[in-house]
Design a protein around this ligand. Structure first.
Ligand code: SAM
Length: 192
């Protein structure tokens, strides 16, 4: 069973877009309590449950503690926006690159909708720095955002770095919520 219902959102998105394949390396940003990482571990085969498939890697980062999970390598009590965390990930990643960056990160909601939206947009934009350092050319980024006035800024930022950016709203995400995901595919290495 999964640690959190959010797993169903990633399962649904991945069933449609096939981001997670055996053998690839994934960074899960805002990993606690670890449900997305559980999905990623299964799909990239990082616990080696399917001996006939290649074994992948899952690295999860969170400000909070994340309870250990076979097949995942958690960096607890880390800020994903910090360059020190990027360096740490770089050392851990096989070949120093990730194939996919997942982010279900969210700031502690203040209840002030526009402010929460803005903070999450800036957190997502900071993932572009992470991508520039650690994402393989051709790689993908999936990130949660709360819709609002700066959504177009986030889309523009992602579109400079990725060939294809689309909005995704999984059925498992409540219809009335402002929560959406951007799926950005085919990373261009030199977009700055
Ligand atoms: N996807 C997770 C799962 O399925 O278990 C749930 C993620 S939860 C909605 C959002 C997480 O983002 C929180 O645990 C929070 O601590 C984390 N977070 C927020 N800001 C962060 C940051 N700057 N660096 C790392 N994690 C962060």
């Amino acid at each position: 069973h999964f640690r959190c219902r959010s797993a169903f959102k990633l399962l649904e998105i991945d069933d449609k877009y096939h981001l997670l394949k055996p053998g690839i390396s994934v960074i899960d940003c805002g990993a606690a309590p670890g449900a997305w990482s559980q999905v990623a571990v299964q799909r990239v085969n990082s616990a080696g449950e399917r001996p006939d498939s290649t074994r992948g890697h899952v690295f999860g980062v969170d400000l909070l503690h994340v309870v250990p999970l076979p097949g995942a390598n958690f960096l607890s009590n880390r800020d994903i926006t910090s360059p020190a965390t990027h360096t740490e990930l770089q050392k851990l990643l096989p070949e120093a690159y990730a194939d996919v960056i997942l982010s279900d990160m969210a700031p502690n909601a203040t209840g002030h909708r526009e402010l929460d939206h803005e903070r999450l947009v800036y957190m997502c934009l900071s993932l572009l720095e992470l991508a520039e350092k650690l994402l393989r050319p051709g790689g993908s980024l999936l990130c949660k955002y709360w819709d609002g006035a700066l959504t177009h800024k986030l889309r523009e930022g992602l579109s400079r770095a990725f060939q294809d950016v689309k909005t995704v709203k999984p059925n498992a995400s409540r219809k009335e919520s402002a929560e959406f995901y951007f799926l950005a595919r085919t990373f261009r290495k030199t977009w700055i």
